[in-house]
Design a protein around this ligand. Structure first.
Ligand SMILES: C[C@H](O)[C@H](O)[C@H]1CNC2=NC(N)=NC(=O)C2=N1
Length: 103
């Protein structure tokens, strides 16, 4: 069943000017022009730390109803954020990246 809290507002891709300004606040993230996405790679002490981080990101993602594309290999977590509903980078990706950076 669709949750009542799911966002229904239209989500649009960021303009060139918007992304230039917004990405200045996310220096650790890299723009992937092919996917129209932002990416960041995280490294931890071990798998347990990496998976703990993924659990926290999963909770953020569920709360925002916006989910990362990601992979994990032992102590590494690679995250790619893009908005499937918009076909590219939107404000939702910026907001989730900021929330991840604040963990
Ligand atoms: C129905 C649901 O709200 C949508 O499918 C959400 C879920 N999570 C999502 N995550 C991402 N990254 N992009 C989306 O467009 C998206 N859409």
């Amino acid at each position: 069943m669709r949750r009542a809290s799911r966002r229904t507002a239209m989500v649009t891709k960021l303009s060139d000017a918007e992304r230039a300004e917004l990405l200045a606040d996310l220096p650790a993230w890299t723009l992937d022009a092919v996917r129209d996405a932002i990416t960041r790679s995280f490294r931890f002490k071990d798998f347990s730390q990496a998976f703990g981080f993924m659990s926290r990101v999963a909770l953020l993602a569920e709360k925002a109803d916006h989910h990362p594309e990601w992979s994990n290999v032992w102590n590494r977590v690679d995250i790619l954020l893009t908005t499937h509903d918009a076909g590219g980078l939107s404000m939702r990706d910026i907001e989730l990246a900021k929330a991840i950076d604040a963990l």
